[in-house]
Write a protein of this length. Structure first.
Length: 371
């Protein structure tokens, strides 16, 4: 199992914005130093507690400060952007990173963003599909580009001058298309079937119970079979909220209590989900009343915390409950105590993952469904 990183990010409104940007950059630089294989960063335009407004711009700031880790958008919300701008910006970033870019895409889940960009009442899934089709065509088709869609018309024929390079699009590094990732949070998502059919790779979000996370792989596998491709569980990324402490008492206080940064993160998300009517994601039993779900419930059920040995055991249990996956995405939380936050990442990389991989060495499935 590989170790990756995912951050939305989410910080208390009381935090100084430049400080949180520095902190989020520091977390990914540390992940690079510790051998994390990849890091995904979300974006939200109209939410001050999730304050990275452009994942591409943020990742560009890390191009020269990271060396091995692959950096991914998690996600670029395509309906909120013009496809030509996304195609050009992603191509430039992929070249800055010399091919270390991972292209996470989605239709966008924040309603206030959709309202701001004027597509709240549109079919954002249709916009999403049209946008990625435009982007891939601009990277692959010969100039001049002429494309007519329902939502965007992209014409570069009237101003095309081949000798000047005018009217021509930048291409990703070495001309190959970056790996494309679809993040899935809905149980039994139909979108993951379509993603598999198009050759995209799956990321299962951290904000839903394991019983719902487990619904994603069979659907991804179905999509692969539809196009004659073998589904490989090593391609599956799963987000997990994790805190590792040197001792059990620290782990309970910082990672396992409603007052700690993980509890605060869950409380912020809980209030958003109440507003947006998505509380079912938090439930393993859909008959559970919304009133039974508080920050402590979410910490207890959706955060893995403990000593390295305890976290390794719990992560193995999650792995087995889902039937196996290739990369655990350690979900970033606010650094309420920077020393403890850094230490958790260090322990995850140097203690937890070696124990997990030693245990999995003889039994992790390489492809298909766990038998």
């Amino acid at each position: 199992m590989d170790l990756g990183f995912f951050t939305m990010p989410l910080h208390p409104l009381s935090r100084n914005y430049p400080d949180t940007l520095d902190e989020d950059r520091e977390a990914i630089i540390l992940a690079d130093q510790l051998g994390f294989t990849e890091a995904f960063v979300g974006e939200h335009v109209t939410d001050l507690s999730e304050p990275i407004s452009s994942s591409l711009m943020f990742l560009a700031s890390l191009a020269s400060d990271t060396h091995q880790i692959k950096l991914g958008s998690g996600t670029v919300n395509l309906p909120n952007n013009h496809p030509a701008a996304v195609a050009a910006q992603v191509a430039m970033l992929d070249n800055l990173l010399r091919g270390r870019f991972l292209f996470g895409i989605g239709p966008g889940g924040l309603k206030s963003d959709s309202e701001a960009f004027g597509n709240l009442d549109e079919d954002r899934t249709a916009m999403f599909v049209e946008a990625i089709d435009h982007i891939l065509a601009m990277w692959q088709d010969e100039a001049p580009i002429v494309r007519d869609g329902k939502y965007w018309k992209i014409h570069m024929d009237r101003t095309y001058v081949k000798e000047l390079g005018q009217g021509m699009m930048l291409r990703p590094y070495q001309g190959r298309i970056p790996d494309i990732f679809a993040t899935v949070v809905a149980p039994y998502s139909k979108g993951i079937v379509s993603a598999a059919e198009r050759g995209w790779l799956p990321i299962t979000g951290d904000m839903l119970q394991p019983v719902w996370q487990a619904t994603h792989w069979p659907l991804y596998e179905k999509g692969c079979k539809n196009v004659g491709r073998v589904a490989d569980r090593n391609d599956w990324r799963v987000g997990v909220n994790i805190f590792v402490g040197d001792d059990a008492a620290t782990a309970r206080r910082y990672g396992g209590s409603a007052e700690g940064p993980y509890g605060q993160r869950w409380e912020s998300l809980r209030t958003r989900f109440v507003f947006n009517g998505r509380m079912d994601l938090f439930k393993s039993d859909l008959d559970m009343p919304d009133s039974a779900i508080d920050a402590q419930f979410l910490v207890d059920n959706l955060t893995i915390s403990g000593t390295p040995e305890q976290v390794a055991e719990k992560l193995l249990a999650r792995h087995d409950a889902l039937g196996g996956f290739g990369t655990v995405l350690y979900v970033g939380a606010d650094w309420q105590d920077p020393a403890l936050a850094r230490r958790s990442m260090e322990l995850m990389a140097t203690r937890v993952m070696p124990m997990v991989n030693a245990a999995l060495a003889d039994r992790e499935p390489r492809t298909g469904t766990l038998g």
